[in-house]
Design a protein around this ligand. Structure first.
Ligand code: SF4
Length: 314
């Protein structure tokens, strides 16, 4: 039994090890982008769960260049995991939201390191066009390139309620354009479980949608409440209830069972910052949640893909 089978799902580390023959570690950088849902282009308030940092670590604000962040990151990751190869992850805000010349300069800066095997670029589906995807296509001939689109929900009503500023159709269009212009670029979708008003069945429709569309990878997140966000106000007023860990674990297992076995599972829960987190507290023990997901799949005797139905068009 290999590591992937042991885990009962196709995890990113095993996938990368299979491709590169050794451990590859994701190295997160903050390149100082912004977001159209904050700067007024699409909206100003941002998604209701997002704080001013937009998932960033603030390194750019401290004046640390991408190169310097990579130098510091690879030292830390070597110390912690003995990793010698890296996938540079442009995470904060929307990392294709800039003129293509600026994107090229930043991506080139990351790829200039010999031990950087590729890029992972987090963005919104309304922040790509043919020119930007052509740039990624060019990189993908030599390097591994993942583009990570935040979809978050399969329901337009939810996307409107969380002030996302795009709909499901926008995600589908971005995906189709990526496949057309940059066929070697791998597509990862982000989904949040526990969004306001969503039942488990509504969340699982996200699994069916992504399985049907054939995305290459997925990141699942729990919706947790970050202090001083619109969601925080809802929570403090009693208008939002957080998902319990039991419910989350069962929902993730259901979700995994509906996905194709080869889809790369890049994340099964989030990493809240302790000092920014209002509620719930259980996501701070990520290892416990991951172990419970594994144990639940084992007790069910199922794995990723157990209930996957291949679409007729596939
Ligand atoms: S798209 Fe991302 S960065 Fe922008 S407001 Fe939403 S979560 Fe924050």
């Amino acid at each position: 039994m290999n590591a992937t089978q042991a885990k009962r799902y196709t995890d990113l580390n095993s996938h990368l090890k299979e491709r590169f023959g050794k451990r590859v570690q994701k190295l997160t950088v903050d390149a100082g982008f912004t977001c159209p849902n904050r700067d007024g282009h699409t909206g100003t308030g941002g998604c209701i769960f997002c704080n001013e940092k937009g998932s960033g670590n603030g390194a750019h604000l401290l004046g640390t260049s991408v190169s310097e962040q990579i130098r510091q990151g690879r030292l830390a990751l070597f110390k912690r995991y003995k990793a010698k190869l890296f996938l540079v992850y442009f995470q904060a805000y929307s990392n294709t939201y800039a003129p293509v010349e600026r994107l090229k300069a930043l991506y080139d800066e990351a790829l200039a390191f010999d031990d950087v095997v590729g890029l992972a670029i987090g963005t919104r589906p309304d922040c790509v066009d043919e020119e930007k995807l052509a740039l990624l296509d060019a990189y993908s001939k030599e390097k591994l390139v993942w583009i990570e689109y935040g979809l978050q929900s399969a329901h337009d009503t939810t996307l409107a309620a969380i002030n996302r500023g795009h709909d499901v159709a926008c995600f589908k269009e971005a995906m189709a354009l990526t496949r057309k212009i940059a066929p070697e670029v791998k597509i990862c979708a982000h989904i949040i479980l526990g969004l306001p008003g969503e039942t488990r069945e509504m969340m699982l429709e996200g699994a069916r949608l992504l399985a049907d569309l054939g995305v290459d990878g997925i990141k699942l997140h729990l919706l947790y409440v970050v202090k001083d966000t619109p969601l925080d106000t809802l929570y403090l007023n009693g208008d939002y209830t957080c998902m319990e860990e039991d419910d989350y674990v069962e929902t993730v297992c259901d979700f995994l069972e509906l996905l194709p076995p080869e889809m790369v599972i890049q994340r099964l829960t989030g990493d809240p910052h302790r000092d920014e987190l209002r509620a719930p507290q259980w996501p701070l023990k990520k290892g416990t949640t991951l172990a419970r997901i594994q144990a639940t799949l084992e007790s069910r005797g199922t794995c990723q893909g157990s209930r996957y139905i291949k679409p007729e068009h596939a």
